[in-house]
Write a protein that binds this ligand. Structure first.
Ligand code: GLA
Ligand code: ZN
Length: 679
């Protein structure tokens, strides 16, 4: 368990006192106390104040801020401040400026603007982190180190191109091997010298608005770019650890962010933290999935909610204010999925620049009687009341859902089969079906231990490493149930299609192979027709998007297509393999079908949620530690719902009362409970 030196769920967020006079800091501190705030993320964007020129470091203001927080019993999440480089640095050392996808060299401005290969950035960013670590190594007010901020984007400059060549040499050793891996005889892309390797941008391999001709190159470059930014993070991480080996070091991730493989990043982070900014159109299940994805990065260890807005953002097309209760609900949703902190962006609203309309705990009025401030303070009091109970507790899941960045990269780099195929959407559809029934899900991927699960769901598992194939095969062999969908097992790690037909090395597990894959505009539907009832599935269901045309080799047909020239061919199959079972869904069926199928496989494996029936809009999860179980009930609807607790007996930790039988949750209400186990 990560120790942030606060014996309860830490509460607070990004505070930018450098934008204000000292007298405002004092007002802020008083309001923080009123709201139960105890952890402040500071120094996120202050590089120039700390280092006004190449040789000068000035920590006077930061010393003062930290002292003030400490005097007021608050803890510090200390930013290293390297997410936006100083203007003087850009002028003096232009190698720090990125080159964009179009091949244009950037000038100074904005943030997340440093080239990860820049010798200047690699010299000055870790040095600043180290100076901070040296100065504050004995400062016990610091709970957590926050490297940079939301690493973002890609750079296509010449230094990155050179670094890419080094990365490739390490990976492939010889040019022949590189040419093989990239299948360069296609369109005469053969390379005869390492210096001919280019970064894939609009000036090089982009071939249309929809694709890049050298997909294995693009895949490698994406991987390299993720590694390259991770290396820059690691340099700072190590600079801190050199002076404070016990420091807890993190950087704030962004959920399902495609450019970087966060599963690899997490290995180098002491704790996963992430910034959660749902859009109003995003269903609660999707947000739940993102929390589970983040929790899964470190095998279930609790994570930190590093940022969320108390009210509105400034960067969405329409910046809705969170409705009364919505901020509290979102905060507890994070906790219900394993978060051990509730932190905001931001504590005080800026007066100018692009975030002046971004919500804050303290808004432009500076008052403590605004709706938002009052809601923040009320939640602060609740978190104080909950005390240490929930900290470090973990979710237990029997179901694993596979999510892999390399599949995501390869699938969406691909020209064909469909522009409407989005990996996230496919994964989210299966997650939602599980979520709807209150079934706890761990999000896993390459390298995860699968042995503790009963059911493994691998939607559109396009790219397979040999180790993944082995792990998944062993999982089924040993009695697990595997459920996958179209375009599974198509390509290897270099995005070369497996010969002999998908699902490639999993053909035997599924007892089938795919001969063709039809792709139709999403409005054009087919049907999945059940051969016989399967659980609650019977009759026929709509399907669309993609249609694997399967050839069976041992698998049993559970449903067929209803229309087109492949009417009557398999659309859903089952195959017994070893002591386990592998289901294959050949198309993208409507929600009711997925729900029914998930219910069937869960029932077959004895997997059940906490309630036999979860009313629509209710989310239910459980965290456990030291023999105690904590149950969260969240009403995502604005109107009340009635919940029949059946066998669940609960103690409401916030209202200090027992709950059983039929209870009512008001609109957007949350109950945080300890489970009472009756003998
Ligand atoms: C991100 C950043 C913050 C802030 C918020 C605004 O999460 O990390 O600095 O810009 O977005 O929503
Ligand atoms: Zn670069």
């Amino acid at each position: 368990m990560i120790n942030l030196k606060i014996p309860k769920i830490p509460y607070g967020g990004d505070w930018n006192p450098e934008q204000w006079d000292r007298e405002v800091w004092l007002q802020d501190i008083e309001m923080f106390k009123e709201a139960g705030i105890d952890l402040l993320s500071i120094n996120i964007f202050s590089w120039t104040q700390l280092q006004p020129d190449e040789d000068t470091y000035d920590f006077a203001m930061l010393d003062d801020i930290i002292r003030l927080l400490k005097e007021n019993d608050m803890k510090v999440c200390l930013g290293t401040g390297t997410a936006a480089h100083p203007a003087w640095m850009a002028t003096k050392h232009p190698d720090i400026l990125r080159v964009d996808f179009q091949g244009r060299k950037r000038k100074f401005g904005d943030r997340h603007n440093s080239c990860p290969s820049s010798p200047t950035y690699r010299r000055f960013a870790p040095r600043l982190a180290e100076e901070l670590a040296k100065r504050y190594q004995h400062e016990d007010a610091i709970s957590l180190w926050h490297v940079s901020n939301e690493y973002t984007g890609v750079c296509y400059c010449e230094n990155c191109e050179k670094a890419f060549r080094v990365w490739l040499r390490k990976r492939y050793q010889t040019l022949d091997e590189l040419n093989r891996a990239w299948n360069t005889r296609f369109w005469n892309q053969t390379l005869t010298d390492w210096d001919q390797v280019v970064v894939p941008n609009q000036l090089t391999v982009q071939w249309s608005d929809r694709g890049m001709c050298q997909q294995p190159l693009v895949l490698d470059f994406t991987h390299f770019s993720s590694d390259n930014f991770l290396e820059v993070y690691s340099l700072e991480h190590e600079a801190i650890k050199k002076h404070i080996p016990e420091a807890v070091v993190t950087t704030n991730l962004m959920g399902a962010y495609r450019p970087y493989n966060y599963r690899e990043w997490a290995r180098k982070m002491d704790v996963v933290s992430w910034d959660c900014y749902p859009q109003p159109s995003q269903p609660p299940a999707h947000v739940g999935f993102l929390h589970d994805l983040m929790r899964g990065l470190k095998n279930g260890q609790s994570f930190l909610l590093m940022e969320q807005t108390p009210s509105q953002t400034n960067w969405q097309p329409y910046n809705w204010v969170k409705r009364p209760g919505a901020m509290r609900l979102g905060s507890y949703q994070a906790v219900a999925h394993g978060a051990d902190s509730v932190l905001f962006f931001q504590m005080r609203q800026s007066v100018a620049a692009c975030e002046k309309f971004h919500g804050a705990v303290i808004d432009h009025t500076g008052r403590n009687d605004t709706r938002v401030f009052k809601e923040v303070a009320a939640l602060g009091a609740e978190l104080q009341k909950l005390g240490p109970e929930l900290l470090g507790s973990e979710l237990q899941s029997e179901v694993a859902l596979w999510f892999d960045w390399e599949t995501w990269w390869a699938l969406e780099n691909s020209a064909g089969p469909s522009v409407d195929l989005h990996y996230m959407e496919q994964v989210a559809r299966y997650y939602s079906a599980l979520h709807q029934d209150g079934i706890s899900v761990d999000v896993v991927g390459p390298g995860s231990d699968l042995s503790k699960y009963k059911l493994l769901v691998t939607p559109t598992l396009y790219l397979l490493h040999p180790e993944d194939t082995d792990a998944i095969t062993a999982f089924v062999q040993n009695g697990g149930t595997l459920l996958s969908s179209f375009l599974t097992g198509v390509a290897d790690v270099n995005d070369h299609v497996f010969r002999g037909g998908a699902p490639g090395p999993l053909r035997e597990v599924f007892g089938l192979w795919s001969e063709e894959i039809d792709a139709l505009p999403p409005a054009q539907k087919n049907r999945v027709v059940m051969e016989a009832p399967l659980g609650e599935l019977q009759g026929s269901y709509e399907c669309n998007l993609l249609f694997d045309l399967l050839r069976l080799n041992g698998a049993e047909v559970l449903a067929t297509y209803g229309e087109d020239f492949y009417a009557g061919q398999a659309a859903l199959t089952r195959h017994i393999y070893g002591s386990g079972t592998a289901y294959y869904v050949a198309t993208s069926p409507e929600e009711t079908f997925l729900q029914g199928l998930i219910r069937h496989v869960c029932k077959e494996k004895g997997i059940a949620g906490l309630l036999p029936e979860v009313p629509e809009g209710l989310e239910i999860t459980r965290r456990s530690k030291d023999g105690k179980d904590y149950v969260f009930l969240l009403n995502h609807k604005p109107t009340k719902i009635t919940v029949d607790l059946r066998d669940l007996h609960l103690h409401d930790l916030l209202l200090d009362e027992e709950l059983s039988g039929s209870i009512i949750l008001k609109g957007r209400d949350v109950k945080v409970c300890r489970q009472i186990h009756v003998q």
